[in-house]
Design a protein around this ligand. Structure first.
Ligand SMILES: [Fe+2]
Length: 252
């Protein structure tokens, strides 16, 4: 699996606390089937994004944790005026592996009226916005049609794995399922912050996705599309969800 959203770098945001925890998070990912993980520290008013420091921490962590899983560059990019201007001027600075896919996190409090124009601006700059976990955002949960129209523009959507397992509540779980039904999910990632509650272990999520949506869809969400994002290639359509048949269904 390839995890495109994680807070494994220590001391840069509310994710890992120190190098030891970072190493343990990376190892946990590897032990549970993740081959590549993108380190995406926050870039918002609280946490300033420092590209050189991110590169240095990745190198330090890769050396300490060993060669696998491979750690890649990225950013958990929050929509704000300054951020948007800087990303348009320097498209590689915030995007995954510097290759154009840009995680975009919405505020919980407001959705800019100009969001569609902002996406147009980012797309015109050669960036491919990826809306992160709309299922956990109370405002976006009520905007399925809006999400659909952004997806039609070429904006992708990433759901947090644990949302499918109900760890962010019923509403987030139901909205994740609704997004899947509408074929609006392009990526599933951990958004890991720690070793206990929001971890880098995606194995349970993978099993859930295989059971509920079938192996091809799970592989697309956890491997195929994330690989395309690392390489800066266009995404493939996620195969139609086809739940695995349970043996007892024949008895009904
Ligand atoms: Fe995040």
């Amino acid at each position: 699996m390839i995890d495109i959203h994680s807070h494994i770098l220590y001391g840069l945001d509310d994710g890992s606390k120190d190098l030891e925890q970072s190493v343990a998070m990376v190892r946990m990912a590897g032990e549970n089937g993740t081959t590549d993980i993108v380190a995406t520290p926050h870039s918002n008013l609280e946490y300033r994004f420092q590209p050189e420091l991110v590169e240095a921490r990745i190198a330090e962590l890769q050396k300490a944790a060993g060669p696998t899983p491979r750690i890649h560059y990225g950013c958990d990019f929050h929509l704000s005026y300054d951020n948007i201007q800087d990303a348009v001027a320097h498209p590689g600075r915030y995007s995954i592996n510097h290759n154009g896919y840009l995680l975009v996190e919405f505020s919980d409090l407001t959705i800019f009226h100009t969001t569609t124009q902002i996406f147009e601006q980012l797309l015109a700059a050669g960036l491919a916005p990826v809306i992160t976990h709309p299922e956990r955002n109370l405002l976006l949960q009520q905007r399925l049609e809006q999400l659909k129209s952004w997806a039609e523009m070429g904006v992708a959507i990433q759901v947090t794995g644990q949302s499918f397992l109900g760890r962010f509540g019923n509403r987030a779980q139901e909205f994740s399922e609704a997004l899947m039904k509408e074929r609006l999910v392009h990526f599933v990632a951990s958004d890991a912050h720690d070793l206990k509650h929001r971890t880098t272990d995606l194995s349970e999520v993978r099993n859930h996705l295989v059971d509920h949506y079938g192996e091809p869809a799970a592989a697309s969400l956890l491997v195929g599309n994330p690989r395309a994002a690392l390489d800066g290639r266009p995404l493939e359509p996620v195969p139609e969800p086809a739940p695995r048949r349970k043996w007892f269904s024949f008895l009904r």
